[in-house]
Write a protein that binds this ligand. Structure first.
Ligand code: FES
Length: 283
């Protein structure tokens, strides 16, 4: 996937967002030309960013350039679901020391899991994406895209494994029943005006495939739970799994569907993607 396939919408005129985009263009230029000078008074490269290999649920149709990045799942001692934030460390990039959040060899998968996976669609500018930001890693319900979720949680409640116990039977009339139970929510967004939307599913398909496939798929899932940053890589809409019957019209009712321009993603296939992560703002 070439860098130019990454498209971003014009949005909020917030200065920090604009800075991030300018920096991203500058870095993309470095990759294409082999060398370039990106420092100037007006085009800050920001911190981090650049060519990044992420693991993602596969994009199968539509204009999205790549899959949406996985958020590795962990379950705390009380059964609440959390997303793993990578280890914070200091690195030297272009002669400058910067903080990064990256875990080498994540859970023995051989994959370096990095917060750069989430640096697109303006998320790179969110304060909670700073490597050492004090943020809540629990997956918390939003207002809920599913009836069961609306009946079980209020917005802000932590998602709990017990509420997914009927995942082998659950269905809502969209796609096949019995392939998993979903919830929508947020991550690291408790005290921020910027929301990182997530989708979580607990699925017997994930339970079966994770040990077969191994690698990051197995490392990032726990007890059949799989989660991803739910920002479409096309123009940053929030897609949904089993939320629209239109998914079937455009390819597969069992795939994650983006209603904006009909991109589809397969939540049961995890692939490696290469893209240019946008730099975080230089605060
Ligand atoms: S397909 Fe365009 S934003 Fe998702």
């Amino acid at each position: 996937m070439s860098d130019s396939d990454d498209k971003y919408p014009t949005e909020s005129g917030r200065r920090r967002f604009v800075k991030g985009v300018v920096g991203g263009a500058a870095l993309a230029g470095v990759g294409a030309a082999g060398s370039a000078t990106v420092n100037s008074a007006t085009t800050s490269p920001g911190a981090g960013g650049g060519p990044t290999q992420a693991y993602a649920i596969e994009n199968t149709a539509g204009p999205a350039p790549r899959g949406m990045p996985l958020i590795p799942v962990e379950i705390d001692s009380e059964g609440y679901l959390k997303g793993v934030w990578p280890d914070v460390q200091t690195e030297t990039q272009n002669g400058v020391e910067i903080e990064v959040a990256e875990t080498d060899n994540f859970r023995g998968s051989g994959v370096a899991y990095s917060s750069e996976w989430f640096q697109y669609c303006g998320v790179q500018s969110y304060p909670q994406l700073a490597p050492s930001a004090e943020a809540d890693n629990f997956f918390r319900s939003d207002s809920g895209a599913y009836t069961w979720q609306q009946e079980t949680y209020s917005a802000g409640d932590k998602l709990h494994v017990d509420d997914f116990s009927d995942y082998r039977e659950w269905g809502n009339g969209i796609g096949d029943p019995g392939i998993g139970k979903p919830a929508t929510g947020t991550w690291r967004s408790q005290d921020s005006e910027d929301t990182m939307p997530i989708q979580v599913i607990k699925s017997p398909v994930v339970e079966q495939k994770a040990p077969e496939v191994g690698g990051f798929f197995e490392a990032a899932t726990q007890e059949g739970f799989l989660a991803w940053l739910n920002k479409c890589t096309h123009f940053c809409c929030v897609p949904g799994w089993k939320q629209s019957a239109d998914a079937a019209k455009f390819g597969n009712a069992n795939h994650v569907y983006c209603q904006c321009h009909q991109s589809l993603y397969d939540p049961f296939t995890v692939v490696q993607t290469l893209f240019t992560a946008l730099p975080r703002p230089d605060e």
